[in-house]
Design a protein around this ligand. Structure first.
Ligand code: SF4
Length: 116
């Protein structure tokens, strides 16, 4: 698969209206402290670009600028992010559509493995 095929596929996924099973909302996936000093809702969302998670990257949400982690994960921005995941999934970041479009656990995906 060439790079362009991946980009085309991601562009298609980004436009999809999917039902999400966001594992971060009930903390099945735990928040992650990125190397940049920002907390993201899960390790899958930790990337070099934070595409689609820009609202969680505001200066007042940086770990240096809060008294506690609760100041971040209980913030208005995180509430709004969770609201999008729950009620407006079409607007969710690409990464969420890729990882949380099914309630099937990644640990139980042996069915999909290619047998050799
Ligand atoms: S990929 Fe998105 S919806 Fe899934 S746990 Fe991570 S932040 Fe939440």
């Amino acid at each position: 698969m060439t790079d362009n095929n991946w980009i085309d596929r991601d562009n298609e996924i980004a436009k999809l209206e999917v039902k999400l099973y966001p594992r971060c909302v009930k903390f099945e996936k735990e928040p992650t402290l990125s190397a940049t000093g920002y907390i993201v809702p899960c390790c899958w969302a930790d990337s070099s670009t934070f595409e689609g998670l820009e609202s969680l990257m505001k200066p007042h949400l940086h770990i240096d600028n809060v008294d506690s982690v609760e100041d971040i994960i209980l913030s208005e921005e995180w509430d709004e992010f969770f609201d999008v995941l729950t009620n407006k999934p079409k607007e969710a970041p690409l990464i969420c559509k890729k990882y949380c479009c099914t309630d099937k656990s990644f640990k139980n995906r042996g069915d999909y493995e290619i047998k050799r």
